[in-house]
Design a protein around this ligand. Structure first.
Ligand SMILES: [Zn+2]
Length: 300
């Protein structure tokens, strides 16, 4: 009988393999600390100063027996790698999709795998600072840490777009109606009490025929765009240039818009085109800005 290679069959199958194993004295002590004290512990080699989490009774570097040298680790660490699990299998701790990551605790030299929640997949990155959230109910497993979540250093504040998240064509705007009060306040701030801005009778005698806002007032409306929207909190403006195109009258509604037009990879800065339009869609000013987008502070 001959078997031709074209008749090679592949049959897909799945095996379920339930199993148990003894955690061992080292693993058991690690779990007991989690369960009883909600503390993450590791073993440290005094010879080469390496800290192993999960604990290893023998140093992987110098083979020293370190099984008695327990140290306590903080609940915070850094993501050193991650993946987004999208397939579904019965043994998984969560319903996909979810993030599984390697977390290196502060003070540890080895990372361990766990789940990260509380961050959109698109914002997940290596280098992310995370902290352990303990489960309300113990299961005497590694799942006594329910998950890790991003560390919020300043609750309520989220940095804007980083250089890598920005793309050419992204834009954002801020709109405000310029009132007489705004002009008076701006006169006080700048010291510019020119009657062109403050004295209607004086302004009537000029070619414009009425008071106008300080030129820098509508242009200052780009600040909330750069600093709070695009790129957003943490942005440093390096250069802003503007050209006046038309006057802004009292009561005009000005929209300041910034658009990413160029990414400068060497410095990791971005160049933005700026436009300032009024309620009639007339250009009152235009210009450009060079900004340094926020740099995550948890970057090592
Ligand atoms: Zn060692």
């Amino acid at each position: 009988m001959t078997t031709e290679t074209k008749d090679c069959f592949t049959i897909d199958g799945k095996l379920a393999l339930p199993y148990q194993y003894f955690a061992g004295s080292t693993g058991s002590r690690f779990i007991i600390s989690l369960r009883e004290e909600k503390k993450i512990t590791g073993l440290k080699c005094n010879k080469c100063n390496k800290v192993f989490v999960p604990p290893r009774s023998t140093c992987e570097v110098c083979f020293e027996d370190i099984s008695d040298n327990w140290v306590e680790l903080p609940n915070t660490g850094t993501v050193t790698g991650f993946t987004i699990v999208r397939y579904e299998e019965p043994h998984q701790p969560l319903k996909p999709p979810y993030i599984t990551a390697l977390v290196k605790l502060d003070g540890a030299d080895t990372p361990f795998a766990h789940i990260v929640k509380g961050i959109p997949f698109s914002k997940m990155k290596t280098g992310l600072r995370v902290e352990a959230v303990f489960a309300k109910k113990t299961t005497a497993t590694i799942m006594d840490i329910d998950h890790f979540r991003p560390v919020t250093q300043r609750p309520g504040f989220e940095l804007g777009y980083t250089y890598d998240q920005l793309e050419e064509g992204m834009s954002a705007s801020f709109t405000k109606t310029i009132s007489e009060t705004d002009v008076y306040l701006f006169a006080g701030i700048s010291g510019d009490f020119n009657p062109m801005h403050l004295n209607e009778e004086f302004a009537k005698a000029t070619p414009l025929g009425t008071r106008i806002a300080h030129g820098a007032l509508p242009q200052s409306l780009i600040a909330p765009v750069l600093g709070m929207k695009l790129p957003g909190l943490g942005t440093i403006a390096l250069e802003v240039t503007t050209r006046f195109k038309a006057p802004t009258y009292f009561g005009d509604t000005i929209t300041a818009t910034g658009e990413i037009v160029e990414k400068l990879p060497e410095r990791r800065w971005v160049r933005m085109a700026l436009t300032f339009t009024n309620q009639h869609n007339k250009l009152v000013a235009e210009g450009s800005a060079l900004v340094m987008p926020p740099v995550p502070m948890d970057k090592e």
